[in-house]
Every structure is written in C-alpha cells, then in structure tokens.
Design a protein around this ligand. Structure first.
Ligand SMILES: C[S@@+](CC[C@H](N)C(=O)[O-])C[C@H]1O[C@@H](n2cnc3c(N)ncnc32)[C@H](O)[C@@H]1O
Length: 257
C-alpha cells in the first residue's frame, strides 16, 4: 500500500515551504551552506557506507562504463563522489552537473586532485542544458530526492538519454525488521540531525534530510512513476538491508531500430 502523505508530494517539500520554486531555492541554499563539510558528514553519518553504495552503483553499470564511446551524466553530482566511483577503471566520458555553485567548486577541486578532467556543468536537473538523446547513462546518487518535482525530474532524465540509454537513481530507503527498523529510525531522525548540525555548524541543516526521505515515494510507487515516465525494465536493488536503494531503468529504443 502507498503512503498518502508521500504520494501527495510532487517533489521535496522542506518544512513550511509550499511552492516548487521556493523548495528549489531552499535546497540550493542548504547545500551552499554545508558544502565545505558535506563530504566529512557524509562519510561520518553513513559510517563510510556511502562509498560502498556509490561503488555498487558503478558496478551495476560497468557494461556502459567500459565503452569508450559512452557519455555519462552524474546528475546532482554534489562534490562528485559518484563521478569518482564511475570513473574508476572506466573508459566512458563522464560529465558532472549540479545547480549549487559551492558544491561544484568542491567537485572541481576533487576531480583535479584525482587527476580527472573537471568536466562539470552548473545546471538545474529540471531544466538541463543538454540536447535530447545526449547520454548513454544518467546516474544520480542521493540527489533526486531533493528535486522540487519528481515527475519532471524523471521526464528530463528520459529526454537527455539516448534511446536504449540507462538511468540509475541511488536513494535512501527505510530498512524494515523488528529490530533494525526502529533502531535505524531512531538514529536517522534523532542522532543524525543533531550530529549533522553540530559538525556543519549550520542550524537545522540535517533535519531536512530525514524529512525528505520520509516524503519520498515508497519503492514500489517510485518504480511505477518511472514506468509512467516511459522507462522500461525498471527494477530496484536494496543495499545494506534497504538503507539505500538503487532504482534502474532504460529508455526504450523505437521499434525496428
Ligand atoms: C545530497 S547531495 C548528493 C550529492 C552527490 N550526488 C553525492 O552522492 O554525495 C544532493 C545534491 O543535489 C543537488 N541538487 C538538488 N536539487 C537540484 C536541482 N534541481 N538541480 C541540480 N542539482 C540539484 C544539490 O545541490 C546537492 O549538491
């Protein structure tokens, strides 16, 4: 059964914010404020599991990354950790995009430090400055949930994919189980926001995270949204007991091509 509170929301809805433009502005400012501490907090609060989840995502798309002609977009790239995971041993050309300038500054520096071309674009995921059919893979880790409109986000990903191109969306989930469920929920809703606020020094910064995960569609519902957006072969895999979920799908090729 779907959660009505979740399905009512077309996209992220920070507390006290009703319209999509204001939600986008809130998200951009939030990530601008925490950009300098974002990596430290990510690794600390996930006990370094975030690195494993991004590597698992890259492994899933190895067949695309092995192709020298493949074009890959790391959407909502933040500080480019997914780009790094995708680039490891890859022959594809990887472009990273995000709409938050301070996060992109971190991304550029990190890619340079790893001797990778800092191919980054400052762009809103809901209005990408790329032509139709530009990419063989669009991958997005922990960014999609922050979009102000999920259906528009899926449509935009589909638009910039080549026919036969693939999408991978890595997001937080809610682990079940009589013990793990409540324990994780306590950690995620109580401990994480407090530690996040303390380390980042930005008041309220990490209270947004659990709220945005709670509002995100249930996994089955999100797969249905992907199908409605025109993706085929949609599926999900749970990572670390469902704490993270990788959603995948493909833009169908026109018949006979
Ligand atoms: C939680 S961070 C994830 C960053 C990175 N992908 C990772 O795995 O750590 C979310 C990122 O999504 C970006 N973002 C949110 N909404 C966006 C939008 N509409 N267009 C582009 N980037 C967006 C934020 O600026 C932020 O850098």
């Amino acid at each position: 059964m779907t959660n009505p509170a979740r399905s009512a929301s077309p996209g992220t809805q920070p507390a006290g914010i009703a319209d999509e433009a204001a939600a986008s502005r809130y998200v951009k400012k939030l990530f601008s404020d925490v950009a300098g501490r974002y990596d430290l907090l990510n690794h600390l609060l996930s006990l370094n599991m975030d690195r494993y989840w991004r590597r698992a995502t890259a492994r899933h798309f190895r067949h695309v990354l092995d192709r020298p002609d493949a074009r890959v977009l790391d959407l909502c790239c933040g500080t480019a950790d997914l780009s790094l995971a995708l680039a490891r041993g890859s022959r594809a050309r990887i472009l990273a995009s995000d709409f938050c300038h301070p996060m992109l500054t971190q991304a550029r520096e990190k890619l340079r430090r790893h001797a990778l071309l800092p191919l980054v674009a400052e762009a809103d995921a809901l209005q990408l400055p790329f032509q139709d059919g530009s990419f063989d893979l669009v991958a997005c880790s922990f960014g999609f949930r922050n979009l102000a409109n999920y259906r528009s986000g899926l449509q935009e990903i589909r638009r910039v994919l080549k026919p036969g191109g693939e999408v991978g969306i890595l997001e937080f989930g809610a682990p079940r189980g009589r013990l793990l469920g409540p324990l994780y929920s306590f950690y995620f809703h109580r401990i994480l926001p407090a530690v996040g606020e303390w380390v980042s020094g930005v008041k309220g910064s990490y209270s947004y995270l659990p709220g945005s995960v709670d509002r995100f569609p249930d996994p089955d519902e999100f797969l249905a949204w992907m199908r409605e957006a025109g993706f085929a072969g949609v599926a999900r895999s749970e990572l670390t007991w469902g704490i993270a979920v990788l959603y995948v799908g493909e833009k169908p090729s026109p018949q006979g091509i």
